[in-house]
Design a protein around this ligand. Structure first.
Ligand code: SAH
Length: 458
């Protein structure tokens, strides 16, 4: 873009019309081609905006007044929506959010992948897009000597005391409230991350949607937790569904939530949940998708795209605790899963046993090293499923996929940009993208999960 000069100054008030949304949900307006990004503005809206920061090629503004509203605008139902960084899209109707996510995927596939002729289906949304999270991770601290627990104010480490989150399962909210009250009663000190002092850092709770089991994880700075026995007893009295109470110790000066040491204070080390018919054991630190309703939809689509008849050899790359692998193993001859975190593979093996499934093998390692090695050992897959982290697949893995020539590749992605990049590579190396299904795993946030089907070209 050729720019004569920067058309706005800090603190200036301008009238703009928004044309688009960025991937992180900010409205985009242009003045003589110069983009202005404004939080909580929607495409089609005409607004008065105060310029708050000016850079060489773009500026940020703050919404002062919306003169013409988008038909998708709604009043955000959560009273702390504007302070909390957790959700970004509550000011847009849910139907509008689903359309925005579909368009975002289409745009990115075209811009980054050069892919224009592929059907991107309407986003699969939730019938009831609230209270969906099965895990809460709540920071504890102190304010004027009193224990508080809530969330970090946007872009800061200041805790805002809070008791209900509208995207959190009610059971988790209840556990947090109970633990907060009990900790207050026993005078447990909240952690101060500036001074690195205090006891209670976080409480993490997990809920099994199908089993209704609850886990409580109390994360402390040191081993010491005064009145431990009474605290455990009172949690059990207050919440009968609690099946596991564990303490995790994190002595480090860090904003990583968990430390290395975990100790069961009462009950079991794990809770259980089901996705479809498959049972999973979930421990304090295991990775497990946070929206169980949409996870089942995502995995069913993955299974459908895999097109299994019972005779296929399947590779599940980036398999975590084996969720997708076991889902596929119901319909495949054999599944090989690979994952970099050793504890996750231990969980995956246990989960296979739990379900009496013996047609799966799991390996620890980098997908981009293990799969080429399998290839060198003569293993050939009919279907390869990948579900990489945000940075997408390593090129060495894509190269091996191109060599192995499976009939189908099913790409599960949490980042449309790296999905587009990797589809472009596979399209240039013998595969054709057939269709892409966005799934809304995180309503009211800007995240969008996708599953794409590729087939080998004849
Ligand atoms: N398929 C799983 C997990 C997907 S998340 C599920 O649906 O639950 C992505 C996973 O990739 C994480 O478990 C992460 O630990 C793993 N991972 C990251 N880099 C990797 C690599 N280079 N090789 C293999 N696994 C990797």
């Amino acid at each position: 873009m050729k720019q004569e000069s920067v058309p706005v100054q800090k603190n200036q008030i301008v009238d703009v019309t928004f044309e688009d949304l960025t991937h992180d949900g900010a409205g985009v307006a242009k003045i003589n081609g110069f983009p202005i990004f404004v939080q909580r503005a929607l495409p089609g809206e005409a607004s008065k905006v105060k310029i708050i920061k000016v850079k060489k090629n773009y500026a940020f503004g703050r919404l002062m007044e919306t003169v013409k509203e988008s038909p998708f605008r709604v009043a955000a139902p959560c009273p702390i929506f504007e302070q909390c960084g957790g959700c970004q899209m509550q000011h847009m109707s849910y139907g509008g959010q689903l359309k925005f996510k579909q368009k975002q995927v289409q745009d990115v596939l075209e811009r980054i992948g050069g892919i224009t002729n592929v059907k991107v289906h309407p986003t699969f949304g939730m019938d009831e897009p609230w209270r969906y999270r099965n895990k809460a991770q709540v920071p504890f601290g102190e304010e004027e000597g009193g224990l508080i627990a809530g969330f970090y104010a946007e872009r800061s480490h200041r805790i805002i005391d809070m008791e209900a989150c509208m995207i959190q399962n009610e059971k988790n909210d209840e556990v947090i409230k109970v633990v907060k009250d009990i900790a207050k009663k026993y005078g447990v000190r909240g952690y101060d991350d500036q001074k690195h002092k205090g006891t209670l850092r976080h409480v993490v709770t997990r809920h099994g949607k199908k089993t209704d089991e609850l886990m409580v994880v109390i994360i402390t700075k040191g081993k010491e937790l005064p009145n431990k026995k009474n605290i455990v007893h009172e949690i059990r009295e207050a919440i009968p569904n609690v099946k596991s109470i564990v303490q995790n110790i994190n002595p480090k000066r860090t904003n990583v939530i968990f430390g290395d040491q975990t100790e069961v204070l009462w009950g079991e080390e794990v809770i259980y949940d089901f996705i479809g018919d498959i049972k999973f054991a979930i421990s304090a630190r295991s990775f497990y998708q946070v929206n169980p309703t949409q996870t089942e939809i995502l995995y069913n689509k993955t299974l459908e795209y895999a097109g299994l008849t019972g005779h296929e050899t399947v590779i599940d790359a980036y398999c975590g605790i084996g969720t997708i692998s076991l889902f596929l193993a119901q319909k495949a001859k054999h599944v090989y899963g690979v994952e970099i975190v050793p504890e996750a593979i231990t969980d995956a093996k246990n989960n296979a046993k739990l379900n009496n499934m013996d047609n799966v093998d799991f390996a620890v390692g980098e997908a981009e090293k293990v799969i080429p090695w399998w290839y060198s050992q003569g293993i050939r897959a009919d279907v390869i499923v990948v579900d990489p982290p945000r940075k997408g697949c390593d090129e060495a893995l894509l190269e091996t996929i191109a060599k192995m020539k499976p009939e189908r590749v099913v790409y599960v992605s949490c980042n449309p940009a790296t999905l587009a990049r990797d589809l472009k590579y596979l399209e240039g190396n013998g595969f054709e993208t057939k269709e892409v299904q966005p799934v809304d795993m995180f309503p009211h946030t800007t995240h969008v999960e996708n599953v794409a089907l590729l087939e080998i070209k004849n």
